[in-house]
Ligand binder design. Structure first.
Ligand code: SAM
Ligand code: SF4
Length: 335
């Protein structure tokens, strides 16, 4: 058995995204229902199990860990987990420890995150308007997130803003958001909305706004230079010559990144999804829980799972529900 994780298409798996909770203090309309039923706490991996799981992946060549959720910073004791991952940064095995957050708890945790070795954070923010922010997140308040962003920058964390492109919602903020990010030296990435969760029920905020159109509109005010940068994921980047800032476009529904895919995702219950667009997963929890003192079964289960990684995803093909939605919530798999 090779120590590194190489999938059947010779892609090295070096990037693990881990959802540490399915819970959240927001209820974004494209992500969750307002009255979500969350998993029983006993089903969640404990912090110790998360440590063991992530450490095993690091031992198998994972160099980048992104912690997500739900909202990772609402998980009780999560700083202990971040602090425990510092040892892998110190040893050089892990090159980057990072997270995706809604920003609501950053004011509390920014300094601790920096001390644990985190250097970059993705903050999700779709609008700079208080009222619209409250509408799209249902439970969120913009000033709290702004305080979090301030605290994170003060702590020395580099921030990338992720905005979901929503037609008729933040279309009119394309330039304000771009300029605001430039003024604060933050990169900005637009995410194409995916038909997941409960999008399109009572809150008609989110209509599909194609990133091709976002890009075309940007090109009216700025000169865009395509960047060769590839992260192995669904993001493409351009540089705005006038501001020097980087703008990304994440189109998860497209197939154009599958050949370089270097990542897998783990849910907060220890299920490993080999591909964002497919329902196939491997449950790693039995190997973890049934063998508390022996890592061999877990290593074997991970290797077997990686052996099942598909060549590309089939968002628009067979395995979805009849209405074309992927039934899983992003908060479960960790967007
Ligand atoms: N709570 C954290 C946050 O909001 O950043 C981390 C988890 S959240 C599921 C991760 C990312 O997924 C966020 O940037 C969010 O905007 C995005 N997301 C959630 N539902 C989505 C959807 N239906 N389509 C596209 N992006 C979505
Ligand atoms: Fe929570 Fe993030 Fe989903 Fe919004 S997108 S409901 S902040 S998990």
């Amino acid at each position: 058995m090779t120590p590194q994780l190489i999938d059947p298409f010779a892609r090295a798996i070096t990037y693990l995204r881990v959802s540490v909770t399915d819970r959240c203090d927001f209820r974004c309309v494209y992500c969750m229902a307002e009255n979500m039923t969350f998993l029983p706490k006993k089903d969640l991996l404990t912090l110790e199990e998360l440590d063991r799981m992530c450490s095993t992946f690091v031992g198998l060549g994972v160099e980048k860990l992104r912690i997500t959720g739900g909202e990772p910073l609402v998980r009780k004791g999560i700083m202990t987990f971040f602090q425990s991952m510092t040892r892998h940064l110190d040893s050089g095995a892990l090159k980057e420890l990072t997270l995706t957050t809604n920003g609501s708890q950053l004011a509390r945790f920014a300094d601790d995150l920096y001390a644990a070795g985190v250097r970059r954070v993705n903050v999700s923010l779709d609008t700079l308007d208080d009222e619209k922010f409250a509408r799209v997140t249902r439970w969120g308040r913009l000033p709290q997130v702004m305080k979090g962003i301030d605290a994170a920058q003060r702590a020395g964390l580099r921030i990338k803003i992720n905005a979901v492109a929503l037609k008729g919602f933040n279309e009119d903020e394309l330039f304000t958001l771009t300029e605001w990010c430039a003024s604060r030296d933050m990169d900005l990435t637009w995410i194409e909305v995916m038909p997941m969760g409960d999008l399109g029920n009572e809150d008609r905020v989110g209509q599909y706004w194609s990133l091709k159109d976002v890009r075309a509109q940007l090109a009216q005010n700025y000169t865009l230079t395509d960047l060769a940068e590839r992260t192995g994921g669904p993001a493409r980047y351009v540089q705005l010559n006038e501001t020097g800032q980087k703008v990304g476009f994440i189109t998860p529904l497209s197939h154009n990144f599958c050949e370089s895919c270097n990542r897998v995702r783990m849910t907060c219950t220890g299920e490993l999804y080999m591909c964002l667009g497919q329902e196939d997963m491997a449950d790693l929890r039995p190997a973890l829980r049934n063998y508390p003192k022996d890592d061999k079964p877990l290593v074997e289960a991970i290797h077997n799972a990686i052996g099942l990684k598909p060549k590309g995803h089939d968002f628009d093909y067979s395995r979805q529900r009849a209405d074309g939605q992927v039934s899983r919530h992003m908060s479960h798999t960790g967007g």
